[in-house]
Write a protein that binds this ligand. Sequence first.
Ligand code: GRF
Length: 197
Amino acid sequence: KNIVILISGRGSNMQAIVEAELGDARVAAVIANRPDAAGLAWAAERGIATVALDHKAYADRLAFDRALMAAIDDFAPDLVVLAGFMRILTAEFTAHYRDRLLNIHPSLLPSFPGLDTHRRAIEAGCKLAGCTVHFVTAELDHGPIVAQAAVPVLDQDDPASLAARVLKEEHRIYPAAVRDVLAGRLRIDGLRVVASA
Ligand code: GRF
């Protein structure tokens, strides 16, 4: 089975998935919307196909998304994984990959969709923060939840210290979620993801 991972930067979640034991699945390609994304070089060094598709070279969001779909589909993916991919996707894109597109978000959704989640969780006085793996739908940071992990928010936390604690959990739950989805262990039932019978 083929996995295509989309990144915009560092790519530490992508690295965690590449290094995970995924059975008969493999990361066929890593694609970035920023040619200088550090994760691209990391993947290329490991012999993984890489593609850089600069979103600034396209007239609008739909033109970029169509080029991105063509680049992704070259690798015949069974699963497309967003890992720190910082672009809002069109409904055409999310419909094309319906039920085979995952994202990780650094909050306990449905709390704190969008950016700057750790600062917002601290300012709201949350005692728990965390991360969420979910199927992607047209609505940003929504969609059926596959997995979550929670961590404590400590009195002395700043956004960076909380982000580091959450990121460790991201690296644990994202490869596991990818494995479970590819193995067909899960089924989408409305907004819920449940064990397949
Ligand atoms: C992660 O915290 C992810 O949840 C968020 O952006 C960060 C990406 O980190 N959307 P990396 O590129 O996977 O290291």
